[in-house]
Design a protein around this ligand. Structure first.
Ligand code: GDP
Ligand code: IMO
Ligand code: MG
Length: 429
C-alpha cells in the first residue's frame, strides 16, 4: 500500500495545492475529504495559474478527482469553478470527477447565517470566509442536511427543505436577516439536480476497487491542524476535522488505506481571520514577509497575518495530525533576512510550556520563546536541489527538523510546480 495524505500543519495556505499537484504525477486518484470552498489552493504551472477551492488539485494533472463525503459542497460554487477551470483548458466530466452521493450540500441560507452570525459577534468574530461552512456542518451533525443523493428524490428534498427552513428562518429572523422561500430553493435545487447527479456515486466503492487494483491514492486536505475543530485554536477554527485521520472517514476507506501522512508548513507562519497567533509580527519584518510571500487570502483577498516560524505549534500539529514527513514551503521568502527567529515554546503567566494549552485565555496570552539564527544572503528561489541551497538555509531546515521532531522530506522554493526538492518520496512509505 502506497497512499499519501497531505494536510496543513499551521493555519492554512501552506502551499498544499502546489505540493498535491506536484505529487499527483505519482498518483492515480486525488481525493478531497473535508472542508469546502473555504479552501483556496493556488497552482502555478508555466504561465498558467489555477485557483481551486472544491475541485481536487490532481485534476490539473489529468488525474481522477474525487470529492468525498466529508466535504460540504456548494453546488453553485462547484459549477462556477468547473466552468472557470474548463475555460482554462481542464477536462472536467463524469469520467474525470466523481462526487460522493452522501456529501452534504451548502445552500444559500448557510452563507446567510454564517455572515449574519459574524456580524452579531462583532469584535469577537471568528473571521470566517462567510461561505456557510460552519452552518452546513452543523446541519450534517444535526441530521437535517440535504445531501447530493437527495437531488434524485424530489419528495425527500421537499420534506427536508421544510425542516431546514423551520430551523434556519427562525434563526435568520432572530438575527435580523432575510428569511428564505421554500419554492425558490426547491426550484433551484431541481434545476441543479441534472447537472450534479451524473457525477454522483458511492465513491467508497470506487476507492475500494482502486485500492484492490493497486492504484495510488493521494488524499488532499484543506485548512490545517491548527484550524481543526478539536485540535485547533478553538473557537477560532473551521468546522471540520482537518487531521489525517479524517481522510478515512471523509472518503469512506479504512484508516490503514490512508498511508503516509505528509504535513505542509511554510518556513514562517501566516493566519487569516481572528484568533491567537503567538509569533505574529506587527513590524517591518511582518510586512516584508506579507509582501514577498504575496500573503493575501486566495478565497477572500484579506491580507494574511504574518510571523516567525512557530516550531512548538508545528510540533504539536505533527503529533496530533499524525504527520510523518514535513514539506517546508516558501523558503525563498526568507532570502536575505539577516536574522531569523524560531519559536520553541511559550511563556504563559510566567510559566514555560512546550505546547499551546486548550484554554482560550491561555492561548491568547501565550508569549513565544525564541531562538535566533543567522539568515542567508544568497537566493534559494527556484532551487531544485538540496546542493543548490546556501549552507545557512540548510542549517535552518535542519534546526526545524529537530525542533518539530519530524524529518523535512520536501522543500519548495517558488510557486512554480517544478521548483521543488524531494528528499524522500512519501509514496515509498
Ligand atoms: P494552500 O491553501 O495550502 O494550497 O496554499 P495557497 O495556495 O492558499 O497559498 C500558498 C501560496 O504560496 C500560493 O500563492 C502559492 O502559489 C504560493 N507558494 C507555494 N509554494 C511556494 C514557495 O515555495 N515559494 C513561494 N514564494 N510561493 C509559494
Ligand atoms: P486552505 O485550504 C486559511 C479560516 C478562516 C477563519 C476560520 C473559519 O486554503 O488552507 P470558515 O469559513 O472555515 O468557517 O472559517 O478558518 N480558514 C482558512 N484559512 N486557509 C484556508 O483554507 C482556510 N479555510 C478556512 O479564515 O479564520
Ligand atoms: Mg489556501
Amino acid at each position: 500500500m502506497a497512499n499519501v495524505a497531505i494536510i496543513g500543519a499551521q493555519w492554512g495556505d501552506e502551499g498544499k495545492g502546489k505540493v498535491v499537484d506536484w505529487l499527483a504525477s505519482r498518483a492515480d486518484i486525488v481525493v478531497r475529504f473535508q472542508g469546502g470552498h473555504n479552501a483556496g489552493h493556488t497552482l502555478v504551472v508555466g504561465n498558467q495559474t489555477y485557483k481551486l477551492s472544491l475541485l481536487p488539485s490532481g485534476l490539473v494533472r489529468g488525474k481522477l478527482g474525487i470529492i468525498g463525503n466529508g466535504v460540504v459542497i456548494d453546488p453553485e460554487a462547484l459549477l462556477t469553478e468547473m466552468a472557470r477551470l474548463t475555460a482554462q483548458g481542464l477536462t472536467i466530466t463524469p469520467e474525470t470527477l466523481r462526487i460522493a452521493e452522501n456529501a452534504p450540500l451548502i445552500l444559500p441560507l448557510h452563507g446567510a447565517l454564517d455572515r449574519a452570525r459574524e456580524v452579531a459577534r462583532g469584535e469577537n468574530k471568528i473571521g470566517t470566509t462567510g461561505r456557510g461552512i460552519g452552518p452546513a456542518y452543523e446541519d450534517k451533525v444535526a441530521r437535517r442536511a440535504i445531501r447530493v443523493c437527495d437531488l434524485a428524490e424530489p419528495d425527500t428534498l421537499s420534506a427536508k427543505l421544510d425542516e431546514l427552513l423551520l430551523h434556519h428562518n427562525t434563526l435568520l429572523r432572530g438575527l435580523g436577516a432575510a428569511p428564505f422561500e421554500k419554492a425558490v430553493l426547491l426550484d433551484r435545487l431541481l434545476e441543479l439536480a441534472p447537472l450534479l447527479l451524473p457525477f454522483a456515486e458511492p465513491v467508497w466503492e470506487l476507492l475500494d476497487e482502486a485500492r484492490r487494483a493497486g492504484k495510488r491514492i493521494l488524499f488532499e486536505g484543506a485548512q490545517a491542524v491548527m484550524l481543526d475543530v478539536d485540535h485547533g485554536t478553538y473557537p477560532f477554527v473551521t468546522s471540520s476535522n482537518t487531521v489525517a485521520a479524517t481522510a478515512a472517514s471523509g472518503s469512506g476507506v479504512g484508516p490503514g488505506v490512508v498511508g503516509t501522512v505528509l504535513g505542509i508548513a511554510k518556513a514562517y507562519t501566516t493566519r487569516v481571520g481572528s484568533g491567537p497567533f503567538p509569533t505574529e509580527l506587527f513590524d517591518d519584518t511582518g510586512r516584508l514577509l506579507g509582501e514577498r510571500g504575496h500573503e493575501f487570502g486566495t478565497v477572500t483577498g484579506r491580507p494574511r497575518r504574518c510571523g516567525w516560524f512557530d516550531a512548538a505549534m508545528v510540533r504539536q500539529a505533527v503529533k496530533v495530525g499524525g504527520i510523518q514527513g514535513l514539506a517546508l514551503t516558501k523558503l525563498d521568502v526568507l532570502d536575505g533576512l539577516p536574522e531569523l527567529k524560531v519559536c520553541t515554546g511559550y511563556r504563559i503567566g510566567g510559566v514555560e510550556v512546550r505546547h499551546l494549552p486548550a484554554a482560550q485565555g491561555a492561548q491568547a496570552s501565550a508569549e513565544p520563546i525564541y531562538e535566533s539564527m543567522h539568515g542567508w544572503k544568497d537566493s534559494t528561489r527556484g532551487a531544485r536541489s538540496y546542493a543548490a541551497l546556501p549552507a545557512q538555509a540548510i542549517k535552518y531546515v535542519r534546526r526545524i527538523e529537530e525542533l518539530v521532531e519530524c524529518p523535512v522530506t520536501l522543500l519548495s522554493t517558488s510557486p512554480e510546480r517544478d521548483d521543488t526538492i524531494l528528499m524522500k518520496d512519501p509514496f515509498e512509505g
